[in-house]
Design a protein around this ligand. Sequence first.
Ligand SMILES: Cc1ncc(COP(=O)(O)OP(=O)(O)O)c(N)n1
Ligand SMILES: Cc1nc(C(=O)O)sc1CCOP(=O)(O)O
Ligand SMILES: [Mg+2]
Length: 211
Amino acid sequence: MSQPLRGLYAITDSQLLADGKLLPYVDAALAGGARLLQYRDKSGDAGKRHTEASELARLCRYYGADLIINDDLALAAELGVGLHLGRDDGSLREARQELGRDAIIGATCHASLAFAEQAAAEQASYLAFGRFFQSVTKPGAPAATPVLLETANRRFTLPLVAIGGVSTHNAPQLISAGASLLAVVHGLFGANSAEEVERRARHFNELFLSL
Ligand SMILES: Cc1ncc(COP(=O)(O)OP(=O)(O)O)c(N)n1
Ligand SMILES: Cc1nc(C(=O)O)sc1CCOP(=O)(O)O
Ligand SMILES: [Mg+2]
């Protein structure tokens, strides 16, 4: 039986996790209870991407979390893991067909309920809205509001993901507005140690339990 899609959704960042930090910091996030892990790497280095994603898949299996690959259907299919697609990253229908009905496939919806309707019709597993706050990782992403999340929560039964500048400080208002998953890069991995990453991950998960 698979676990519900609720909790912390950790997203890797090639710059923040350079210099040997990828595996220890991800290990810490998973030990702290992250429910999903997204491998987000824009390098185009196929060999490195395959090696890193395989190592992350092993860690996720150990901790019982699910790995999601950003942008890359072929890599997700090869590893037998989930996929996240943005608006220009290929067809959700084709991805569903290739990965199968049980695969977790997420869709970027920015601040658009129309995009969300389309993604739901194309069998997305979750709908991702953002960015909710200033994002160091992606400052130019279109803005979304908690009110939009509340509206989406009334309209859709799929899990809603909130992304963009999320931290343990601003997380409560997103959870209250209906976010099932909080997708976080800097607010998790922008820490000075693996111990601090684990502490932050635990804090995020406590917020889900208390709200
Ligand atoms: C959970 C989640 N939500 C949104 C995004 C952004 O996807 P996209 O718009 O394709 O941008 P890139 O991440 O590919 O730069 C995401 N990756 N994850
Ligand atoms: C990859 C990404 N997509 C976004 C969107 O709004 O679609 S915001 C974002 C970056 C998230 O990183 P951080 O937690 O550091 O803000
Ligand atoms: Mg993308």
